[in-house]
Ligand binder design. Structure first.
Ligand SMILES: NC(=O)c1ccc[n+]([C@@H]2O[C@H](COP(=O)([O-])OP(=O)(O)OC[C@H]3O[C@@H](n4cnc5c(N)ncnc54)[C@H](O)[C@@H]3O)[C@@H](O)[C@H]2O)c1
Ligand SMILES: N[C@@H](CCC=O)C(=O)O
Length: 522
């Protein structure tokens, strides 16, 4: 298999318009088909072996906890070792496969995923509790990553385009981006298709082999994706699928001397732990491991008195509550200038009270949070919020046979308060008042994170100031602070939000390669 797709032809996948009757009908049909497959068992996949084990991870619908979406065999350290040996052996052949051939697998997978878009989105609805729009965006982003990284590998392999070298008389100089080796992909629950698939295929298309450890709550959608890659003919052993306990299997692989890199997306605490453990050189290890860690955020929307206040309020609500606030990009803080504070807060409360709560499969605006542990953590923060701010709406569990929480707003919160500083990862918004726009930006910058932010204003010089001074990887002007588009809004943050990488960006594949220079005498 190979490809002749020009690398310049990337376009973002269109989102589905669910107000159109035919799309609604197609989504209902896909949900019904996926529901028929509930309770299916999914194996561990190592090379060409499919292993069904007694010990399993049970994937439950967070919107209706009596439903089991599927069960997935659970990996152990023995199987992690087996996966490592398989990935190491396969690397010897995969690294020699031409970039165009590697990219072709991604393009084929994108084509099939596009054809089965609603089916993938339905798994997201049932397994992660996303409503239709959020699920559709997750699937579209996964398609984008396949199309984008495939093209990026083609571009990177044309090194005269990527890095034209200075001409030297009598020399023929060539730079080649070669793969690293075996990578461990550790993915989060919240973009269980897009981030899981994107981080996996970026590594694979660059010529590496990988062991994928998906999030415990969302292993079925990962199994579906691995099945798709198998279907397009990706050679066995390039992508090994090993669900398992983060601490047991994850740490075994992070510490393994043959691990060449770790691509982690998840919380700050786990990211820091992986970074530290990966830094220790193990017996027999002949490289320093590369760690790509995309971690949490405490993102915020800043509004000054010149802004379009309706648009700003809508952006605050969309940023805070999309997928129940379970986005690293979620705008869990709003910082509003005093002179318009009451007006904007009133609008935000009204919009929030209009949000409907219910089953994701019925496409309510607000669904459940992912699991019991998250539910309890978020309710814990709501209890803290009740001591740190004025509760304007929400603050309670919501009805339903799942992990439903009311969208919650705390106003008049001190910028140093815990709910203004710590990532809650749930439908909780903390609002602070600033004396003026500059103080608002200072408050925005006053966290340990630096992932996304938004600034709402009509004043061009303040916008320029925000552009220079709001310290975050993704800054949005007069927009919400979520929803980065592959290729258009390369995504990743500063400080404790990670290692400053940019998923969906034009330098991302460099993280999975090393540059080799060959200088020939003519
Ligand atoms: N910056 C980004 O691009 C980005 C994107 C999505 C999510 N996130 C962050 O992810 C977090 C939410 O996801 P989550 O709850 O799945 O995160 P998490 O850190 O709990 O888990 C992420 C992954 O790490 C694994 N893991 C847990 N402990 C481990 C260990 N000791 N060693 C190795 N692996 C281990 C988990 O099993 C899971 O697969 C939030 O903090 C969010 O901000 C960041
Ligand atoms: N890339 C997504 C966030 C990913 C993290 O959760 C966004 O831009 O909203």
């Amino acid at each position: 298999m190979t490809t002749t797709v020009p690398y310049t032809t990337f376009k973002n996948e269109a989102l589905t318009d669910f107000s159109a009757e035919e799309n609604k009908t197609a989504m209902h049909a896909a949900l019904a088909r996926v529901r028929e497959g509930f309770g299916r068992k999914y194996p561990i996949i190592i090379g060409s072996e499919k292993l069904f084990l007694e010990e399993e991870i049970i994937s439950v619908n967070p919107g209706n906890v009596d439903e089991v979406v599927g069960t997935v065999s659970k990996g152990s350290t023995n199987l992690a070792e087996k996966a490592m040996q398989t990935a190491l052996a396969t690397f010897e052949t995969w690294k020699k496969v031409a970039p165009a051939e590697r990219a072709a697998y991604l393009f084929k997978a994108a084509e099939l995923m596009r054809e089965r878009k609603h089916e993938f989105s339905s798994y997201l609805v049932y397994e992660s509790g996303k409503n239709w729009v959020e699920a559709d965006a997750d699937t579209a982003e996964a398609i984008d990553f396949l199309e984008f990284y495939g093209r990026e590998m083609l571009r990177l392999s044309q090194t005269s385009v990527h890095q034209p070298l200075t001409k030297v008389e009598g020399d023929d100089n060539q730079i080649t981006y070669i793969p690293l080796g075996v990578g461990i992909i550790i993915s989060p629950f919240n973009f269980p298709l897009a981030i899981m698939a994107g981080t996996t295929v970026a590594a694979i298309v660059s010529g590496n082999t990988v062991i994928l450890k998906p999030a415990d709550a969302t292993p079925v959608i990962a199994a579906k994706f691995v099945g798709l890659m198998e279907e397009v003919g990706l050679p066995a052993g390039v992508l090994n699928y090993l669900p398992g306990d983060g601490i047991e299997v994850g740490e075994y692989l992070v510490e393994h001397p043959k691990t060449r890199f770790i691509s982690f997306t998840g919380s700050r605490a786990v990211g820091c732990r992986i970074y530290e453990r990966a830094a220790k050189v193990q017996k027999g290890q002949i490289w320093l491991k590369r760690v790509i860690a995309e971690m949490g955020g405490k993102d915020g929307v800043v509004v000054d008195e010149t802004a379009d206040l309706d648009a700003a309020a809508a952006a605050i609500v969309a940023s805070a509550y999309g997928y129940q606030g379970q986005k690293c990009s979620a705008g869990s803080r709003a910082i509003i200038v005093e002179s318009v504070y009451d007006e904007v807060v009133k609008k935000v409360v009204e919009l929030t009270k209009n949000l409907t709560i219910g089953l994701p499969e019925e496409n309510y605006a607000i669904g459940p949070v992912i699991d019991k542990k998250s539910f309890e953590k978020i309710m814990g923060y709501i209890a803290i919020g009740k001591t740190e701010g004025n509760l304007l709406t929400g603050g309670e569990r919501s009805k339903g046979n799942g992990f439903y929480i009311e969208p919650t707003i705390f106003a008049d919160v001190n910028p140093q308060a815990r709910i203004m500083q710590e990532e809650i990862f749930g439908p909780v918004l903390a609002i602070a008042k600033a004396a003026d726009w500059q103080e608002a930006i200072d408050i925005y910058n006053n966290t340990e994170y630096g992932l996304t932010g938004a600034y709402h204003s009509k004043d061009a010089s303040r916008i320029d100031y925000a552009h220079e001074n709001m310290h975050c990887g993704n800054l949005y002007i007069n927009k919400k602070c979520t929803g980065a588009l592959v290729g258009a809004n390369p995504f990743g943050g500063f400080n404790m939000s990670g290692t400053d990488s940019k998923a969906g960006g034009f330098d991302y594949l460099l993280l999975f390669t090393q540059a080799k220079l060959t200088s020939r005498k003519k």
